[in-house]
Design a binder for this molecule. Structure first.
Ligand code: SME
Length: 158
């Protein structure tokens, strides 16, 4: 079921987000496509700017504008360069709460060459919402964003 939903998300991204899309346009549409399919509590992007992550396009409640390197789930994903799945946010040391409703979270790194460029962050109001299927497909979405960056079509942002 979830695989089918993610396959639909990937198809829509291919249809709606052209290879020469502006980065902000692409990330806005990708977060909207994920939200439309799953209705997660929050989904969106944080992008590396200097020594912190800066809030990018998202769908959901207002969220923290900046997250320092190594802080919270997002900052730790940046630091480790690996996807982090959090089944219960209260058990994650240093978790940054942008909403009291969030119970579980997944954060996936986006690479530009060997460096983390940003992260995809998804929150749920349900405990243990995310598993390996989410990480596999969200990492595919992160690769699509990496390709856009590597195509240098997004250089108005870079
Ligand atoms: N919970 C995140 C902060 C971002 S919000 O979930 C949108 C974290 O700990 O990094």
């Amino acid at each position: 079921m979830k695989e089918r939903q993610y396959t639909s998300v990937l198809e829509k991204i291919e249809m709606i987000v052209p290879d020469d899309s502006d980065l902000i346009s692409a990330l806005s549409n990708i977060s909207a496509i994920i939200n439309e399919e799953f209705g997660f509590l929050w989904c969106g992007f944080y992008l590396v700017k200097g020594d912190s992550l800066s809030l990018g396009p998202f769908q959901g409640h207002p969220a923290c504008s900046r997250i320092p390197y190594g802080k919270g789930v997002c900052g730790k994903t940046w630091q480790s360069g690996e996807t982090i799945i959090v089944p219960d946010v209260e058990m994650f040391e240093g978790y940054i709460a942008c909403s009291s409703i969030a119970k579980s979270e997944i954060v996936v790194p986006i690479f530009n060459g060997g460096n983390v460029f940003g992260v995809i962050d998804v929150d749920s109001e349900i405990f243990s919402k995310f598993d390996q299927i989410d990480s596999v497909y969200l990492e595919k979405i992160a690769s699509i964003v990496s390709n856009l960056i590597n195509n240098k079509v997004c250089n108005n942002y870079l």
